[in-house]
Design a protein around this ligand. Structure first.
Ligand code: NDP
Ligand code: MG
Length: 382
């Protein structure tokens, strides 16, 4: 058996830790590289346990601390280009990108250059730069496997028919922590309230995105790029239990859905073992015990956020980079206590309106649009 060498970006985060759990239980996978932002303590522990060929930490001071506690023969890359240097040096078979935000873009492009299979949880990178990532992946004839649960579901549903026979793809949405609050109360929600997700345990940024429903706007754009879907072919529906992860309707009226407990190790294991399926110890999904699954149209406040995703598809150009940069900046401002919860979507909506035009979509133009959008949010706050 060929053991696949996996590099994990964001190994200290929610996706990263669950990826290590999957690898620990699989004889087909091994860790070749680990990277994180600043958590040197946990990265040191993971390095001792999984013995990667090299590691990376973006924070320079913390990387210094890491070097002090690790064996001298484990290279430690540091600084803003650390993840890219790590990927270029280690050349993994699979890059599992579980970093949060646009920081994942450069190392993803490096992995494409080194011809790695991509397993992407880091949706912000696709939202920002799908226009350059997808052609590069296709040109290099690489596999890009979604880790986001909805997109893993769509990927699996699309395997049961021809792309040209797809009528519609429906992405399900739990509604996040504030789903049962009225609009006025939700607009004033505290950080703790917005972080209390009903069905998934995730990092802080995506948990806030779930509460605003910007997560679904990002996922609509992610689906557009991954599966070459137009805005008309994508729908979003509320589904409270997070059991049906998404579904695809074909031209003959057949609807194929993918189901599973809300557990990210399932889509992670699927992406890492693809095209095989790993034999895993999982508790059975007992629908008879659950008795019912609930679905509903999106409430107007959620529709408003999700519609920004459809608007980005319609606008094209730099809109994805602007939406993502503005959203990252607004979420950070909320988590720092500088804006109210209700301002997050308002700010993104306003900045998106002024998206600069561009003749050609280049990496430089996308990076500049991201920087511009963050600056616009900061300007509007002060
Ligand atoms: P976490 O906040 O839990 O983890 C983020 C990871 O990225 C940490 O390892 C962190 O390192 C690292 N990181 C953050 N910023 C940088 C940086 N500038 N340079 C290098 N490393 C950095 O996030 P999640 O695991 O929840 O989410 C990761 C991605 O996966 C996001 O894009 C999210 O949308 C997506 N996703 C997550 C799901 C989930 O269930 N968690 C589900 C579907 C998608 P450190 O710990 O040192 O700060
Ligand atoms: Mg998702």
């Amino acid at each position: 058996m060929n053991i696949k060498r996996i590099a994990i970006l964001g190994s200290t985060g929610s996706i990263g830790r669950q990826t290590l759990d999957v690898i620990k239980d699989s004889v087909a996978l091994e860790v070749c590289a680990l990277a994180a932002g600043s958590n040197s303590e946990l990265l040191a522990e993971q390095t001792r346990q999984f013995t990667p060929e090299a590691v990376a930490l973006t924070d320079i001071d913390e990387a210094h601390n890491l070097r002090k506690v690790l064996d001298e023969d484990t290279p430690v890359f540091s600084g803003p280009d650390a993840m890219t240097q790590l990927v270029e040096t280690v050349r993994p078979d699979i890059l599992l990108s579980g970093v949060v935000g646009a920081a994942g873009l450069a190392p993803t492009l490096a992995a494409i250059k080194s011809r790695a299979t991509l397993a992407i949880a880091n949706k912000e990178t696709l939202v920002m730069a799908g226009a350059i990532i997808m052609p590069a992946v296709q040109q290099a004839k690489l596999n890009l496997l979604p880790v986001d649960s909805e997109h893993s579901a769509i990927f699996q549903c699309l395997a049961s028919g021809k792309r040209s026979d797809v009528r519609r793809v429906t992405i399900t949405a739990s509604g996040g922590a504030l789903r049962d609050m009225d609009d006025r109360t939700a607009a004033e929600a505290t950080i703790d309230q917005a972080l209390a997700h009903p069905t998934w345990q995730m990092g802080r940024k995506i948990t806030i995105d779930s509460a605003t429903m910007m997560n679904k706007a990002l996922e609509v754009i992610e689906a557009h790029w991954l599966f070459d879907l137009s805005a008309d072919e994508i729908e979003v529906v509320r589904h409270d239990e997070s059991i049906v992860h998404s579904y695809v309707e074909y031209c003959d009226g057949s609807v194929i859905a993918q189901l599973g407990k809300p557990d990210m190790t399932t889509p992670i294991a699927y992406a890492l073992h693809y095209p095989d399926r790993a034999v895993r110890q999982t508790a059975p999904l007992d629908l008879a015990e659950l008795r019912s699954l609930n679905f509903a149209p999106l409430a107007p406040r959620f529709r408003r956020a999700v519609d920004l995703g459809f608007e980005v598809i319609a606008r094209g150009g730099l809109a994805g980079a602007v939406l993502n940069g503005a959203n990252e900046s607004a979420v950070e401002a909320f988590l720092d206590g500088n804006i109210r919860f209700g301002q997050i979507v308002e700010l993104v909506e306003t900045v998106l309106k002024y998206t600069p035009a561009v003749d050609e979509i280049t990496l430089e133009a996308l990076v500049e649009a991201d920087r511009w959008a963050r600056g616009q949010v900061t300007e509007q706050i002060v």
